[in-house]
Design a protein around this ligand. Structure first.
Ligand code: 13P
Ligand code: SF4
Length: 302
């Protein structure tokens, strides 16, 4: 462990702070975190852990959700500019227009969204619980925001619902090229293709398994196969290798990297602990409104 990492661990202990990290952040940060997970697991850990200070190493919507769910805790994010662009790809008017069109509409909001959009939604989902939650809703018409690719995956699995898609997307996942994937798969015919549902339609169609980051890691770990092609952000490689030292993981391109997650550095985590900033703050009014769909997600995903 290098000096900065040691300082972080000592300071986190002294300040009784919980360090959470998403699988996409730099592996040096995953190494020093108390807990690493997908969006859903991280949201649950932020609630269940008794520590009153959370350093959330992920993009801002993750820290914001943790803050909304835990008003009595201080939620810090090491870099306030680590914003997921997909989280901004839907707005109030899109939601209002759709509500005006359908009487029984449920607005299902991927957790990759900001608090103002969550506040106008009926329920939040993550990639690991979207199917379960959408299936459980009584509504026929579902406006799925902001990710069109995850929405298409849900629509395919739940054909009895009318899933209305939004045009949001994740540039990291949609840029994974089906042609390059095909070539890599030809080179390694034994390798299973594991993809995140944020991938584009062609890549998703080629996948042997589609799941959240945590589910991809669990699938590869449980599988008898020895080789896998991973179609998600390459930060998952740290946990994949840690749990599966004897298996080989291939990536379609070197660009499978989220620039927003990768803004975070050990130095920023250390500064965050030292200065107790930057802190995520959500107004009381916004928090009250955005809490409802997040709590509904936790209840329906149980
Ligand atoms: P997971 O919930 O699968 O970790 O996904 C988060 C994310 O941002 C995917 O791009
Ligand atoms: Fe957002 Fe894509 Fe980065 Fe996930 S990988 S945080 S969806 S930009």
């Amino acid at each position: 462990m290098d000096k900065t990492a040691e300082e972080i661990r000592a300071l986190a202990k002294e300040k009784d702070a919980l360090i959470l990290a998403h699988y996409y952040v730099d592996e040096k940060i995953q190494e020093i975190a108390d807990f690493v997970g997908d969006s859903y697991a991280l949201a649950k850990k932020a609630i269940s852990d008794p520590r009153k200070t959370i350093v959330f190493c992920g993009v801002t919507f993750m820290g914001e959700s943790a803050s909304i769910l835990n008003p009595d805790k201080t939620v810090l994010v090491p870099d306030l500019d680590s914003v997921c662009p997909m989280a901004l790809m839907v707005n109030k008017k899109d939601i209002e227009d759709m509500r005006a069109k359908y009487d029984d509409l449920a607005v299902v909001c991927y957790i990759n969204s900001m608090a103002d959009v969550k506040a106008l939604s009926d329920v939040c989902v993550t990639s690991s619980n979207a199917l379960k939650i959408v299936k459980s809703l009584p509504n026929k018409n579902i406006f799925f925001i902001p990710d069109g690719n995850l929405g298409r995956f849900v629509a395919r699995e739940i054909p009895e619902k009318n899933i209305i898609l939004n045009k949001g997307y994740c540039h990291v996942h949609t840029e994974i090229s089906p042609k390059a994937l095909e070539a890599l798969s030809d080179e390694h015919p034994e390798a299973e293709i594991l993809a995140h549902p944020e991938c584009n339609e062609e890549v998703s169609a080629m996948a042997d398994y589609l799941g959240s980051t945590k589910e991809i890691i669990e699938y590869a770990t449980a599988s008898d196969k020895k080789e896998f092609i991973i179609c998600t952000e390459n930060g998952v490689n740290y946990e994949l290798k840690k749990q599966n030292p004897g298996k080989t993981f291939y990536y379609v391109s070197q660009n499978q990297e989220c620039p927003n997650m990768k803004r975070l550095t050990l130095q920023k985590v250390l500064n965050c602990l030292k200065t107790k900033s930057p802190e995520i703050r959500v107004s009381k009014e916004l928090r009250t409104a955005a809490l409802k769909p997040l709590e509904k997600m936790l209840e329906l995903a149980k």
